[in-house]
Design a protein around this ligand. Structure first.
Ligand SMILES: *Cc1c(COP(=O)(O)O)cnc(C)c1O
Length: 480
């Protein structure tokens, strides 16, 4: 593939994680830079023609976001003394090269399945920087985590009992309990992890709950962490901070009862919302940290080590998806573009268009952007995908330059949860994903993150190795 030398020079990514000067102005994605990258991608043969779709990861942007996160919680300047381990929630971008880049910056990794744990290990995260969460860990998963020394947040008290039975003498894992502070829901019900009936964590406000939790800590002195994750998309900072505050109070209460500092760390989770409406990256991690400092006095005093588990806020705006428009038609008076961007790539957007709208821009076949204006007037149109169901539309009645065959459509801000939530409907091969950096002189360099899926892989994933298996059952042979 036409990659320009993508592998040569190694960058000292760890240095970039701390040094950066922080600004309180929200950072912005540069649309001209995106255009430059897309033109280079077309020139390199990465998208266009038979390369009907591709995902792109902004390596420079990702490292900036990590530095911004670090700076927001840094102990210098803002008066905090707490030791902080930032982990990345693997499910937001489950790609090994991306995880390895993040590992190289010193981040840890939050995982929620045996598969994600395997990805984290393949990416090279030290086991001491991995945190296992998930609402339904099996005994084997728990045993593996304990054997590796991976930190575990139990979802509930039954799981604490299971860990107690498995634990034996293994002392390497930090063990905690996830709390549902029941502080309420954000604007997207399916994304709200701390509502009255949310399935996650041990509920804090149900009758007798507080007593049950503090008693469990009294019974199990090796429980040293409390975990809370109030999220995600659509949750205001106030709601997240209220959850953290409730858990900080609980930690104080447990330690009071224990007569010692039994709870030594608090895992704050992630859940910072993403602005899908424009180029600004807001709310920033700094705004979040400032909000926490004000809302939870004492949290940053150093009495507790802190863990964070951000996902979307680190990656969403550092990625985009480009796809080819194949045909256009007029239907019932509306223009419809048939493109290769559909529900297989933008599952949530297509299935829940009001909750997950995406910005879309239109580009010529060479990648240059068609800016709507008097020379290229916007036309209200649907941007549809290639799948065989009528709802496969990534944007409804959107005013955009009239898309033509061969044009490219760009779905913006797809760096989080898009590549990690594909949909196998219609057996469309998953597209390639490329990482990129840009140099001040304009040069764009690409490196392959994930190859395009082959149709052979699609067949294999669909039971191809067992093609005859049903013919061997019962009467099937005689029935021919
Ligand atoms: C999904 C998840 C995260 C990350 O959430 P974001 O909204 O992507 O920041 C962190 N912690 C847990 C337990 C999660 O389930």
């Amino acid at each position: 593939m036409g990659h320009r030398a993508g592998h040569s020079e190694r960058r000292d990514v760890s240095a970039m994680g701390t040094a950066e000067q922080q600004s309180r102005e929200p950072r912005k994605i540069d649309p001209e830079r995106l255009d430059r990258v897309l033109r280079a991608a077309v020139a390199a043969g990465l998208v266009g023609g038979e390369q009907v779709a591709a995902g792109f990861v902004d390596v420079d942007g990702l490292l900036r976001s990590v530095a911004d996160l670090r700076g927001a919680f840094a102990t210098d300047g803002v008066g905090g003394r707490a030791e902080v381990l930032h982990t990345f929630a693997a499910k937001a971008c489950a790609l090994v090269p991306v995880l390895r880049l993040l590992a190289a910056t010193g981040l840890g990794c939050e995982v929620a399945s045996a598969g994600e744990l395997a990805l984290a290990l393949a990416a090279g995260f030290p086991t001491g920087r991995i945190v296992l969460d998930s609402p339904a860990k099996t005994e084997a998963e728990l045993a593996q985590a304990l054997a590796l020394g991976v930190a575990v947040n139990a979802d509930n008290l039954d799981e604490v009992a299971r860990i107690a039975a498995l634990r034996g003498d293994t002392g390497g894992s930090v063990l905690g309990l996830r709390i549902n502070p029941q502080v309420g829901a954000g604007s997207i019900a399916a994304m709200s992890t701390a509502s009255q009936h949310a399935k996650f964590g041990e509920p804090l406000r149900d009758p007798g709950a507080r007593e049950r939790i503090t008693a469990a800590f009294a019974r199990h002195p090796w429980l040293t962490r409390l975990h809370v994750h109030v999220g995600s998309q659509g949750c205001p900072l106030e709601l997240i901070a209220a959850g953290v505050r409730a858990v900080h109070e609980l930690a104080e209460e447990i330690n009071e009862r224990a007569g010692r500092r039994q709870v030594t760390s608090i895992d704050l989770g992630g859940g910072l919302t993403v602005n899908f409406e424009g180029d600004e990256i807001r709310p920033s991690h700094r705004a979040y940290a400032d909000h926490l400092r004000a809302a939870v006095p004492g949290l940053f005093d150093g009495g507790y080590a802190l863990v964070t588990e951000f996902g979307r806020s680190l990656v969403a705006k550092n990625g985009f998806t480009a796809a080819v428009a194949e045909y256009t038609k007029q239907v019932g008076g509306r223009r419809v573009a048939l493109t290769h961007a559909g529900a297989h790539l933008a599952t949530r957007t297509v299935l829940m268009p009001d909750a997950w709208p995406l910005r879309i821009s239109v580009h010529r076949p060479d990648g240059s952007r068609r800016v709507p204006g008097p020379d290229d007037p916007p036309v209200v149109q649907d941007v549809a995908g290639p799948l065989c169901f009528a709802g496969d539309v990534v944007a409804h009645e959107r005013p955009l330059p009239a898309i033509g065959p061969g044009d490219l459509v760009v779905l913006h801000d797809t760096g989080g949860y898009y590549t990690s939530a594909p949909w196998g409907y219609n057996s469309v091969a998953r597209p390639a994903i490329h990482g990129f950096t840009t140099a001040p002189d304009g040069e764009v360099r690409f490196a392959l993150v994930r190859a395009r899926q082959s149709v052979e892989q699609v067949v294999a994933e669909s039971g191809g190795a067992h093609a005859d298996s049903l013919l061997g059952l019962g009467d099937a042979r005689g029935g021919a």
